[in-house]
Design a protein around this ligand. Structure first.
Ligand SMILES: Cc1cc2nc3c(=O)[nH]c(=O)nc-3n(C[C@H](O)[C@H](O)[C@H](O)COP(=O)(O)OP(=O)(O)OC[C@H]3O[C@@H](n4cnc5c(N)ncnc54)[C@H](O)[C@@H]3O)c2cc1C
Length: 410
């Protein structure tokens, strides 16, 4: 294996990726994080965080800066680069950036989070960066004394709308619902509805952003009456939801119909050795605390995967003598007794076999490789290939004879 191959590559340096970096390096795994934008991810643009345990009040920038320093001090390498393509199918995973830099690893953790949803109306793409924006922390100050339109009425839209109003002289919020109904939390709704600089256009949606080089206005449609109107403005902020940043993973790992990466409770994706952590997976709560928890869990699962892979290689595939691989579970006492009985038989033979007792609750990869669905299961292997399945209910002498015969044939 190439000595440039990492143990783990983490794609994305948001809270999930940084937490994974801390745990990875701490487990003495050679860990690389690749980040296309700001280290700290979406959280680094959050002005105030008051719900991360241990930090009564901090900013997203400060919190994620600490996380990045922590990861680096532990020994994780963080580099800039946008991952454009991946080949995750083999044992060695390949990751290629936009600038054609190629990296390899034995395990990959996907932690690319989410992106703001684009409405896809005329003018939106063309005027992005010239009046069309998606991040108030990044761009609100450019609209000092101007008129800004905000699209959406969720927590993000309303809270960001009030922040934009610190700079703009008027903020017009376009809301799909009937008058007075906002999707955000009640406290923010009350504040926003009484805010002197916020005005609301109800039952409406945006149909176009107007302007040649810069935004000059928006076209609005009343969804109840069909009536069209125009609002002159210099800026439009879209807060109409988030989508997973997983476009480059299509065909590589299983995604749900919205593009989120499907994982099991160990954060394993549909591909062996590939894990997913943070906002890019289906989950109930998308917050910094759940993203960091995912990062930690994904690395522990990856570490176990790498360990199992190594065990498989050294104790089974490259073993110098035939291996007797015996599967049992601590939750199934009968399987332990049956396996122990075979172990005793093997111990009475000359030193011909290597006996490997395998707890299926801990060695899931081995159990999967040998398709173990019932317990106990005992196989005789030669260079990893099954040459005989042992019936654990058979008489001790019969088992002994089978094992002796196999040695003579070898
Ligand atoms: C306005 C706002 C306010 C919020 N306020 C709070 C709050 O107060 N408290 C709280 O707990 N949570 C808050 N959240 C949610 C929190 O920010 C997210 O849950 C958290 O950042 C998710 O972390 P993540 O690591 O999964 O993803 P992200 O933070 O989105 O990080 C993903 C990273 O991956 C990178 N990336 C994506 N694609 C690639 C690629 N192809 N190659 C390389 N890098 C890539 C991105 O650039 C990004 O840095 C807020 C979110 C928003 C939008």
């Amino acid at each position: 294996m190439s000595n440039t191959t990492h143990d783990i590559i983490i794609i994305g340096a948001g809270p999930a990726g940084l937490a994974a970096g801390i745990y990875g390096a701490r487990a003495k795994l050679r860990t690389l994080i690749i980040e296309k934008g700001a280290i700290g991810g979406m959280a680094s643009n959050t002005r105030e965080i008051v719900n991360y345990p241990g930090f009564k009040q901090t900013s997203g920038t400060a919190l994620t800066k600490e996380m990045a320093e922590h990861a680096k001090e532990m020994g994780t390498e963080i580099i800039k680069g946008e991952v454009k393509t991946v080949d995750l199918s083999g044992e060695i995973k390949r990751v290629v950036t936009r600038k054609k830099q190629e990296f390899t690893a034995r395990a990959v953790i996907l932690a690319t989070g989410t992106l703001p949803r684009v409405l896809g109306i005329p003018g939106e793409k063309e005027l992005r960066g010239n009046g069309v924006a998606y991040c108030a922390t990044c761009d609100a100050e450019f609209f000092e004394g101007q008129h800004v339109v905000v699209v959406g009425s969720g927590d993000q839209a309303i809270e960001e709308g009030m922040f934009i109003a610190k700079f703009a002289n008027q903020v017009t919020v376009i809301v799909l619902h009937d008058e007075g109904k906002l999707d955000c939390n009640r406290l923010s709704a009350e504040k926003a509805l009484h805010h002197p600089k916020l005005k609301f256009v109800w039952n409406s949606t945006l149909t176009a952003v107007q302007g040649d080089e810069e935004v000059t206005g928006v076209q609005v449609k009343n969804i109840k009456t069909g009536e069209m109107s125009e609002i002159p403005c210099q800026g439009v902020f879209f807060f109409v939801g988030m989508i997973p940043a997983t476009h480059f993973l299509k065909g590589q790992v299983e995604l749900d119909d919205r593009g989120y990466v499907m994982v099991n409770d160990l954060l394993e994706t549909s591909v062996e050795g590939v894990f997913a952590a943070g906002d890019l997976r289906p989950k109930y709560l998308r917050q910094v605390v759940t993203a960091t928890a995912d990062g930690a869990a994904a690395v522990v699962a990856a570490e176990r995967y790498l360990q199992e892979k190594e065990n498989l290689r050294t104790t089974v595939l490259e073993a110098e003598k035939p291996v007797i691989l015996a599967f049992w579970s601590p939750e199934d006492q009968a399987s332990l007794q049956a396996v122990s009985r075979v172990e005793k038989v093997v111990s009475e033979l000359p030193n011909e076999y290597l006996f490997v007792k395998t707890d299926v609750t801990r060695q899931r990869m081995l159990a999967k490789k040998y398709q173990v669905t019932t317990l106990p299961r005992v196989f005789v292997l030669n260079k990893g290939e099954v040459v005989q399945t042992i019936d654990t209910d058979a008489e001790v002498d019969d088992i002994k004879e089978i094992l002796k015969a196999l040695i003579q044939q070898a």
